[in-house]
Design a protein around this ligand. Structure first.
Ligand code: IVH
Length: 685
């Protein structure tokens, strides 16, 4: 059964029985694709095809409302906001783990396990320790009937309506190859991907609302929403790692059996789980995940080591709160204490003044932290932060460090409250207040804003100009070579000759990179311009909707509001941007200096094997030219980028590779040979 073979059937003219059969089939099909996409990470159809199936189901259910069932994929978000979460008792206590950092403790744990097995060498299971929110999901006769937070371990909050909105949680268990048990209570962790966490914080900060200190708080905040519609908009995930209770289920003798059964029932389990046979193997696993930590899509704060044999677990029993058959082996802490030595103010590309705390250096997760963002005037006031204060600092993934809280020190004399400057520290222009933010209005003249605009213009999700880093931008602005982004296109090798750090080769390669970037996709330019309210997503939507820059420039607010993803603020931002003479001049100058657009057919490669992946090339390839290789990546649904970063998925390595390969290795990014790339293309290439 494949989505593309199902044509849209109008609801009219169907008998009730025909509609029932069709609805049944659509639901099965949608559930299958949900699992492929959200649980297995292996989609088979494009988003557009999926949307068509979903839309058809909705039409049919509207025409036959009595056929709507609570486990229909359309019912993920249902019901009104709750006044409060009811309290529920868990089917079995949700214990917590003893956590250690010292390998000596792990060795003792291994020895206890051996004793419990009567001297036989124990088998362990290693799992990532997800840093999220522990959740119990109860399935009765295969149907999700309840989901609850951990609470005090005995009782938690009923968050069923919210957990139903999590796409990787099936409303029904799969029944092949294993029949669903009469009752299943499965435990897992609700987590928010680091990328989604950052996007959410950016959105909150923009709206002047408090931001979350880390992805765990963001996941908890998202699940503990009284309005499930809010939860539904957050891309939460739930990874399962334990069976709390089961009735009339299959025979499960080991933890690995349990994990396999959970996966067979359609629940997500981590692909990073491993069978481990010795203390040394546990250390290797801990080291390996510790290294990969920064490149995983989720926050993990250690590994969990569990005894595989369920009978041996019985023999080890449980202490008051912790089972003795499992252990959390944590990584180095991501939080440390420090002192605010100074508060400085930075000016960003949109003119927003951001206060930044200069800290007494502390090492967090192997990285020395010297500064933390303080966001804006209101955040400083709410956390009541002043120079001289002792604070707790957190680093989550590669997110900018945050101050979690001030540490009260009894009797200590505190400094004076911090006051935002009334003039731009870069150009002296009086600032204006904009909600919780202070802004410098000197958009085109303020050197900090010009530098920011240039850096953004050349960034990877904009015009992608490798070599246009912060140092180069600083020099270009300082020497008056570039006053607006359009001046980039007029740069000559000889202009760069005298600049610090530039030789013949680097000057030539920067000019080349700029000339290459002149042929770009429309959405990239739209994102690059830094129009208020227009990020990458909106830029893509605008380009797909209007098809040309001219059409967007001509559009009024009403026309812009027709675009999915464009709200009133973005619509106003776009109109204002193109109404401003100075902006029009810069865009026209770019076009006159040779900026042109390449067309990428919408939806092309949407279901390709590289869908959504970012690929970088280094070195020369044997059979393909760089251009052909990049075109191939696009055909397979991916995107070719100029430089390696954390969002790079693969680096394709040719002959005589450069520093990109070193960077890929440092970040743990997988590499491919040209052969492997061509193999992926298979028949499709
Ligand atoms: S097993 C009785 N496995 O870590 C053992 N927990 O206190 C039950 N966690 O509250 C927990 N990843 O929320 C287990 N792979 C994993 C886990 C995990 C994260 C959380 C869980 C628990 C806390 C430790």
């Amino acid at each position: 059964m494949s989505g593309s073979t199902m044509a849209t059937t109008p609801a009219e003219g169907l008998t009730r029985e025909e509609a029932r059969r069709r609805i049944d089939r659509l639901r099965r099909e949608i559930r299958r694709h949900d699992r492929l996409y959200y649980v297995l990470d292996r989609p088979e159809i494009s988003d557009a095809e999926y949307d068509r199936l979903f839309a058809e189901l909705k039409v049919l259910e509207k025409a036959f409302p009595d056929l709507v069932t609570p486990d229909s994929p359309t019912q993920r978000v249902a019901g009104e906001p709750l006044p409060a979460f009811p309290e529920v008792r868990h089917l079995a206590p949700m214990l917590s783990l003893e956590s250690v950092r010292d390998p000596g403790e792990v060795r003792k744990f291994c020895e206890r396990a051996r004793q419990a097995l009567g001297g036989r060498p124990p088998i362990f299971v290693g799992e990532p320790k997800f840093d999220g929110l522990s959740i119990e999901c109860v399935y009765e006769a295969g149907h999700l009937t309840r989901a609850a937070t951990r609470g005090d371990g005995e009782r938690g909050e009923d968050v069923t309506a919210n957990v139903r909105t999590v796409r990787s949680v099936p409303a029904r268990l799969r029944t092949t190859p294993l029949a669903a048990p009469r009752l299943l209570s499965a435990r897992g962790e609700a987590i928010l991907p680091v990328r989604a966490f950052r996007a959410l914080n950016a959105e909150l900060a923009k709206a002047g609302k408090p931001v979350f200190a880390n992805p765990r708080n963001a996941a908890a905040g998202s699940l503990r929403q009284l309005d499930p519609r809010v939860t539904a908009r957050r891309p939460l995930d739930l990874v399962f790692y334990d069976i709390l209770a089961i009735d009339a289920g299959p025979d499960l003798a080991t933890h690995l059996d349990e994990l396999r059964a959970l996966a067979d029932w359609g629940l997500k389990v981590s692909p990073l789980n491993r069978r481990l046979r010795s203390f040394e193997a546990i250390l290797d696993y801990h080291r390996d995940l510790g290294r990969r930590r920064a490149t995983l899509p989720y926050e993990i704060d250690g590994v969990v080591i569990k005894i595989d044999d369920l009978q041996a677990r019985e023999r080890l029993k449980t202490t008051a709160r912790h089972p003795r058959w499992a252990l959390a082996f944590k990584f180095e802490a991501r939080e440390q204490e420090s002192v605010i030595e100074d508060i400085i103010v930075q000016v960003g590309r949109t003119g927003v003044l951001t206060p930044v705390a200069i800290l007494a250096p502390v090492v967090i997760g192997g990285v020395t932290v010297r500064r933390a963002t303080l966001h804006n005037r209101e955040v400083i006031a709410r956390k009541d932060l002043r120079v001289g204060d002792a604070v707790r600092v957190a680093r989550a993934g590669d997110v900018i460090p945050e101050i979690v809280e001030r540490l009260p020190r009894r009797g200590a004399r505190r400094g004076r409250p911090f006051v935002m400057p009334s003039r731009c520290p870069e150009c002296g222009t009086p600032t204006i207040r904009d909600g919780p933010f202070d802004r410098c209005p000197n958009r085109l003249g303020c050197p900090a804003q010009v530098r920011g605009a240039l850096r953004h213009f050349g960034s990877r999700r904009a015009l992608d100009i490798p070599g246009l880093g912060p140092k180069t931008v600083e020099q270009l602005v300082k020497h008056g070579l570039v006053r607006s982004v359009a001046d980039l296109f007029a740069l000559k090798e000889s202009d760069l000759a005298g600049l610090e750090g530039f030789g013949k080769v680097s000057a030539r390669s920067l000019v080349r990179a700029i000339q290459t970037a002149k042929r770009t996709e429309l959405w990239r330019l739209l994102n690059a311009l830094g129009i208020p309210g227009v990020g990458e997503r909106t830029a893509r939507d605008l380009a797909a909707h209007f098809g040309s820059l001219e059409a967007i420039r001509r559009a009024d607010e009403a026309a812009l509001l027709q675009v999915k993803g464009v709200g009133p603020a973005a619509a106003r931002g776009i109109v204002d941007f193109f109404r401003t003479r100075a902006n029009r001049r810069v865009v026209d100058l770019c076009l006159r200096r040779g900026l042109t657009f390449v067309q990428i057919a919408p939806g092309r490669g949407a279901a390709g094997p590289l869908r959504g992946k970012t690929i970088v090339f280094t070195g020369s390839l044997d059979t393909l030219s760089r251009q052909e290789a990049e075109a191939l990546v696009e055909r397979l649904g991916g995107r070719a980028a100029g430089s390696v970063g954390r969002d790079t998925d693969f680096v394709v390595v040719g002959k005589a590779p450069g520093s990109k390969l070193l960077k890929a290795r440092a970040l743990g990014i997988p590499t491919l040979t040209e052969k492997q790339l061509l193999k992926m293309a298979g028949g499709r290439g």
